[in-house]
Design a protein around this ligand. Structure first.
Ligand code: MLT
Length: 260
């Protein structure tokens, strides 16, 4: 499906009927990363998964894509689709976006799912590295990012077999979109202080073998958010939802049934 959001073409999946489950992909991925969840949960739920601006099949916008910018795009989509409050899931950068969304549109979130993500900001060196990478991407294309990330997205034991599929999920990423997101992540705020204020039911999920955002970050998230549930999925890396869909969907499905 396609819509115009904040003046930009946005592609998204919208499947099923029922309480809305919104899934926001990570960097520099696309909505296809959630395909096993769209397929599994559309019986009984409305599952919505956008391509973020400049990634997948969505058009890039001007300037820096801050986490607030992305969150407002997701909000515009939900307004357009008339969902009302949703369960909001975010993977990695999508988790940074979910936290920004919760800050900006708290009345629209009835449950939060944080997958392979973290609350902290970049270190100054990390932020500088992202900005330098953004310049390289603008000069030479997205390969510098895709080549660095594609081999690390799943558990090391599965990396070689998965790399072609991961590259497909990254194939739509535009240089402008990747550079904008890198600069947006570089300036994202530290969300640690907000964790103790989160009042919606929260599920934190990590792959046990995530080398990009280690499980310790998910443990910190779950420890910081009142009443949060932590699920650690064995034999899975950063792309846990696609890599081990049965275990992931069981953890998510069991938790969804506990929501009021
Ligand atoms: C992601 O998967 O979205 C990225 O690894 C997040 C990041 O670079 O911080």
């Amino acid at each position: 499906m396609q819509a115009t959001l904040n003046g930009l073409r946005c592609a998204y999946a919208d499947a099923g009927k029922g309480p809305a489950l919104v899934l926001v992909h990570g960097f520099p991925l696309s909505r296809g990363a959630w395909q096993p969840q769209v397929e599994a949960f559309q019986a009984g739920r409305r599952v919505i998964a956008p391509d973020l601006r400049g990634l997948g099949e969505s058009a890039p916008g001007p300037g820096i894509a801050t986490m607030d910018t992305f969150a407002d795009d997701v909000h515009a989509l939900l307004e357009l689709l008339g969902t009302g409050p949703v369960v909001l899931g975010g993977h990695s950068m999508g988790g940074y976006i979910a936290l920004a969304f919760l800050r900006r549109h708290p009345g629209m979130v009835r449950g939060l799912v944080l997958v392979g993500t973290k609350a902290g900001a970049d270190t100054p060196e990390g932020a500088a590295g992202r900005r330098a990478t953004a310049e390289k991407v603008e000069a030479g294309g997205v390969a510098v990012v895709v080549d660095a990330m594609a081999p690390k997205m799943v558990a090391p034991a599965h990396a070689a077999a998965w790399e072609p599929r991961v590259r497909t999920l990254m194939a739509g990423a535009t240089p402008a979109g990747v550079a904008a997101a890198l600069r947006g992540m570089a300036e994202r705020p530290d969300s640690t202080a907000m964790l103790s204020t989160i009042e919606v039911p929260t599920l934190v999920i990590t792959g046990a073998d995530d080398v990009l955002i280690p499980p310790a970050e998910s443990e910190k998230l779950a420890a910081g958010i009142p009443g949060a549930t932590l699920a650690v999925i064995p034999a899975a890396g950063h792309l846990v939802a696609a890599e081990q869909p049965e275990s992931f969907n069981r953890a998510l499905g069991d938790w969804l049934t506990t929501l009021p």
